[in-house]
Write a protein that binds this ligand. Structure first.
Ligand code: 1PZ
Length: 215
């Protein structure tokens, strides 16, 4: 049985949040980005406790950035562009190894950014997959092609075990609560270009400032 309120949850809200991320000046807004991630975490929690170690890490990272958004420097963290500019100009980023600023906005955001790349590939795999394809296979293939490269063996192993608990593609699409599997596929088709755009803008920004390998 679903907890009260959970039945109103829909992955649509998540995708709507990502559509609101890019500003007219092509900047990535932090608040809707975090709102999108919070929705993803709620969705992940619906899939079972075996995914808790993943959602906990995502929550930790969301909260680190939220704390910057609630601090005296909140204006500096309005967009990813202003965050990068502010933290770099003030020496708030550890570039070689984690020491004085282990939880900089830049390095924390980079972890979510890498996970967004996986998400983009995973949702595209789901969207274009055969009716009877296995979500666990789509998930592990896209994970191995992206995020896994940044994770130590023990995490890759735990992730692989968790993926086995994923339901079939059709059940997974229905868990998204956007209607039938066909309707979910249509929504993914509408929403994915926005996620790709958010990813692309961030990737270019980080590349330009040589921040893609932040420890
Ligand atoms: C639908 C199935 C969900 C599969 C999720 C696939 C991603 C697996 C990620 C497993 C990593 C969890 C443990 C934490 C690892 C951290 O070490 C890393 C690096 O952070 P650092 O150690 O440098 O501080 N954290 C990450 O890479 C962020 C991972 C966030 C993953 C969020 C997934 C949200 C899924 C939504 C599902 C629709």
């Amino acid at each position: 049985n679903m907890a009260a309120g959970a039945e109103t949850f829909s992955l649509r809200e998540v995708l709507v949040a990502f559509t609101a991320c890019v500003s007219e000046q092509r900047e990535v807004r932090v608040d809707p980005y975090l709102a999108g991630w919070k929705g993803l975490v709620r969705f992940l929690n619906c899939l079972g406790t075996i995914f808790s170690f993943i959602s906990k890490d995502a929550v930790t990272k969301i909260e680190i950035i939220e704390n910057y958004r609630n601090s005296d420097q909140r204006e500096k963290y309005l967009t990813v562009q202003s965050m990068v500019e502010y933290e770099l100009a003030n020496g708030l980023v550890d570039l070689q190894q984690r020491s004085k600023h282990p939880n900089s906005g830049c390095r924390t955001f980079l972890r979510l950014h890498r996970a967004l790349h996986w998400l983009q590939m995973f949702l595209e795999g789901l969207r274009t997959g055969e009716d009877n394809s296995k979500t666990s296979v789509i998930c592990s293939e896209t994970y191995n092609a992206s995020l896994a490269n940044y994770h130590p063996w023990i995490i890759r192993k735990a992730a692989g075990v968790a993926f086995c608990a994923l339901p079939t593609r059709n059940t997974f699409l229905e868990t998204m609560n956007v209607g039938t599997a066909e309707e979910a596929v249509a929504m993914l088709g509408d929403a994915l270009p926005y996620i790709c755009e958010v990813y692309k803008i961030t990737e270019e920004l980080y590349a330009q400032h040589k921040l893609l390998d932040l420890p």
